[in-house]
Design a protein around this ligand. Structure first.
Ligand SMILES: [Zn+2]
Ligand SMILES: [Zn+2]
Length: 245
């Protein structure tokens, strides 16, 4: 399995693209979240929007879904092999359509529904794509807001947006090769995200499996990134960088 970050910036990032990973495996691909910035990321990888085959949505903050309308329209105008398959946690489907429908429902050829654009799979606990299983993990992002990470044993855990859930990380660390964990990398504590300070309290054996994502643009310059890597065991994800798992 190959994991390529199309973007690893936070919700306000200008330079890195918003956080999203493209997984390629078994002759297919799956994007975790679909921000608008994925269009450029995919273009830089030599891919078109209609080559995206599967998408998983972690939650409905706009930096994770604001490319879905464009993806849907692109597939209608330039059809790929099939409609993109959209894996959506059960509690998010109706709200996701409400976010998207204002630009998709009415067309010159009549009224459209969500299923006209996507092959939608409602996910309760897990889903399987060409033999690879992905388990939903509810995260601690915004109180009462549904948000999820993905566990894909033995490859990775992808935290999505969350505060640190230390007991969960300790539970699964031996079962995966890599933990892609969000970290805002800002000095002030954000109540809905994870700070570097918190991650540095974890044992080095856990930190050594961690690749941080969804962070501010301050760490884009190479010298800043290199200095960070000299001083820490955790690594920073980089846009368009791939990880073989
Ligand atoms: Zn976010
Ligand atoms: Zn969020």
């Amino acid at each position: 399995m190959k994991v390529t970050f199309l973007g690893c910036g936070d919700g306000f990032s200008i330079e890195q693209g918003h956080n999203s990973a493209l997984l390629t495996f078994a002759d297919t691909n799956l994007c975790i979240d679909f921000p608008e910035s994925n269009h450029l990321g995919l273009h830089q990888l030599g891919m078109k929007l209609n080559q995206v085959e599967n998408i998983f949505v972690t939650h409905l903050h706009e930096d994770h879904i604001n490319g879905l309308q464009k993806l849907a329209l692109f597939h209608r105008v330039y059809p790929g092999k099939a409609k993109p398959k959209l894996y959506v946690p059960a509690g998010l489907i109706e709200d996701l359509w409400q976010c998207l429908r204002h630009g998709l429902e009415l067309t010159t050829r009549g009224k459209r529904v969500f299923e006209d654009y996507f092959d939608i799979e409602c996910v309760e606990k897990d889903f399987t794509v060409t033999g690879v299983q992905f388990e939903l993990v509810q995260t601690l992002h915004v109180p009462e807001m549904l948000s999820y990470g993905l566990l894909c044993k033995p490859h990775f855990y992808f935290s999505g947006d969350t505060r640190l859930d230390e007991s969960y990380i300790r539970d699964i660390v031996e079962e995966v090769q890599t933990i892609f964990h969000e970290c805002h990398m800002q000095d002030d504590q954000l109540p809905s995200h994870t700070s570097l300070e918190e991650l540095l309290t974890l044992p080095k054996s856990i930190q050594s499996k961690m690749i941080l994502m969804h962070y501010v643009d301050d760490y884009v310059p190479l010298d800043v990134r290199e200095k960070f890597h000299e001083e820490h065991t955790v690594r920073l994800a980089e846009p368009l960088r791939s990880y073989e798992l």
